[in-house]
Design a protein around this ligand. Sequence first.
Ligand SMILES: Cc1ncc(COP(=O)(O)O)c(C=O)c1O
Length: 286
Amino acid sequence: MKVIWNSKLVEREDVKIDMEDRGYQFADGLYEVIRVYNGILFTATQHVERLFTGAKKIELILPFTKEELIQLLKELIQENQIETGNIYLQVTRGVSSPRNHAYPEAEFTTPIFTATTTIVPRNLKMMKNGIKVITLPDMRWLHCDIKSISLLGNIMAKHEAHKKGKDEAILYRGNDVTECSASNISIIKNNILYTHPDGNLILPGITKAVILETARKTGMIVKEETFSLKELKEADEVFASSTTMEAMPVVEIDNELVGDGKRGPVVQLLQELYVAQIESECGLIH
Ligand SMILES: Cc1ncc(COP(=O)(O)O)c(C=O)c1O
């Protein structure tokens, strides 16, 4: 399988990244994960838009236009013949030597861009049976809207969940539930969908945005409002959402069942609406 290194498709062994790359030394960079269905990128425009928004926030001048980037990603998918899978892409600020915290002047560094593909089928069993999660204090920084490659806070939370034999960690600040270690979180109470509003405390998830839009179109009431840990635990249904998980039922939180411990009807409907959205962009997926 080929990878992208800057603007070229190359063999992975041929990629050479300097040990003083700021991504390696400072996690000074951004990433995206984009899903591919039927060999077609899903919601590519939104992902690329978020990358450009993040780049602006950290004053990183990207070495391509949005159109050039999408074109490059399409070439990689075609080259690697990815039907159902993921593209992981990241861009760092590049090399600054000697090591120095301050951003170097843009004209003295070249951002480094890489992308890889993996074949990943949809996890239909998990989407039906749901996941089990723990809750943890949100120990991350206050720029969670930036999809930074600096993910220590997130991976430590995921690791805690895995150590307890669970799939994901739902995070909270004070009393408010924010998001999960690698996904957004929403609850259903009395047929109303509640999810944390976008802002600096969560990543503005693209999957969440698609789900909220399709939910609103059906007439469902959607409230982008904070909810508490207590409300989370008393919800009728709970689901996590991300590019790779789509809308994922949460059936157990901190060893207690959510409802009857099975995927509920609202989440099932949201999953069906999400599939319809995928199919409208990428063609039939089953
Ligand atoms: C912390 C966090 N929140 C939310 C999401 C969901 O974002 P998206 O739906 O754009 O994949 C992710 C995905 O990686 C994430 O890492």
